[in-house]
Design a protein around this ligand. Structure first.
Ligand SMILES: *Cc1c(COP(=O)(O)O)cnc(C)c1O
Length: 354
């Protein structure tokens, strides 16, 4: 191995769900929203003047940041925006976790957290969720360099209540606590209201799931002014222009249409509860989902087998071959028609095995 090769930063990258592209496929593997972005987003994109692209975007992305501040009723200096919540979270790890002490996040959670920790050489520990995939809050009472909790959690779909989060934050006043709320709009309770009580709390959300804009890459965070300033200082030390012109404008349009947003999320919640009933009849069990996916295990057929059987019918769901969760499927809630097709294939497969 040459010397330059020895000096390369070596990382094991995060593996996102695959993005197959086949005619007639049903894609329920990456928790995308099955409905289009708000009509105002589509209109603004059509009317976007491409000649503006010769100019740099506003580095503060203030049209978007202020619209978010307004919508969520927080101060203008309590908002940070980034290129998807992955960018916001990665930047947060880099900014806040420098104590040298291990940061804490559950053994089963979003699989990007350990990748960022490795990338930035942040030590970490992973307290185990209990047998029902619930957080054991006492595990977070020990000395640490920071806490990260996805709430609702992925891939379990479970939402812990605000009292649990509050208790964890109360016990961690000497480090930054990050709550990743990628799925909170599908029935969870947001911790946004706590940012004025705890100056060490950062709440992160995204346009990728509930606002149907995964392809646009917009994420944001709310927190105390000092946290937001620290994030911006790091951002401006790395890349001043993270959000492009279209993200800023289209993101703003998405936030403005509260009615459409609520209509789409409630449709997904309704479909979710119907499909949960049908899956139960087929012999599946799952935690109560507060997300746009169902984390299901079958009473007799291994998850990997069902995953393969669905794939053969061009229905893509997510399967994680990992300890404790390797008998579960993570199924994104799609349209009613897509879910009918899923249930039909599952029903036939399970029936033919009997
Ligand atoms: C989807 C997801 C994200 C990242 O979403 P972006 O598309 O980068 O905004 C972050 N955290 C969790 C738990 C997610 O499921």
């Amino acid at each position: 191995m040459s010397i330059w090769e020895k000096n390369i930063r070596k990382v094991v990258p995060y593996v996102p769900g695959e993005q197959p592209n086949m005619p007639g496929m049903i894609k329920l593997n990456t928790n995308e929203n099955p409905y289009p972005p708000a009509p105002g987003v589509i209109k603004a994109l059509q009317e976007f003047k491409a000649d503006k692209l010769r100019l740099y975007p506003d580095p503060t992305a203030k049209l978007l940041a202020y619209t978010l501040a307004d919508y969520y009723n927080v101060g203008k200096d309590q908002v940070f925006v980034g290129v998807g919540s992955d960018d916001v979270l990665g930047m947060s790890f880099l900014t806040f976790f420098n104590s040298g002490k291990p940061i804490l996040f559950p053994d089963i959670t979003y699989s990007f957290y350990d990748v960022w920790a490795e990338l930035f050489s942040i030590p970490f520990e992973r307290p185990k969720l209990d047998h029902n995939f619930r957080i054991v809050k006492e595990d977070y009472y020990k000395k640490n360099g920071g806490v990260v909790i996805a709430n609702p959690n992925a891939p379990t779909s479970i939402c812990e209540d605000l009292d649990t989060l509050r208790d964890i934050i109360e016990h961690n006043q000497d480090c930054v606590v990050i709550i990743d709320e990628a799925y909170v709009d599908f029935g969870g309770t947001s911790a946004i209201r706590l940012i004025n009580e705890y100056d060490n709390l950062l709440v992160v959300q995204t346009f990728s799931k509930s606002r149907s804009m995964a392809g646009m890459r917009i994420g944001y965070a709310f927190g105390n002014e000092k946290l937001i300033k620290a994030l911006n200082d790091v951002k401006y030390s790395y890349n001043s222009y993270t959000l492009n012109q279209t993200s800023i404008i289209l993101g703003m349009e998405a936030v403005k249409d509260k009615g459409y947003f609520e209509e789409c999320t409630s449709k997904i919640i309704k479909t979710r509860s119907r499909v949960m009933g049908e899956l139960k009849e087929l012999g599946f069990s799952f935690p109560d989902s507060k997300t746009n996916f169902i984390f299901a295990t079958h009473e007799s057929i291994p998850a990997e087998e069902l995953y393969t059987a669905l794939r053969e019918e061009k229905i893509f769901v997510r399967y994680f071959k990992k300890p404790r969760i390797d008998n579960y499927l993570r199924i994104t809630v799609g349209t009613d028609d897509e879910m009918d097709a899923l249930i039909k294939v599952l029903k036939e497969y399970i029936y033919n095995k009997k």
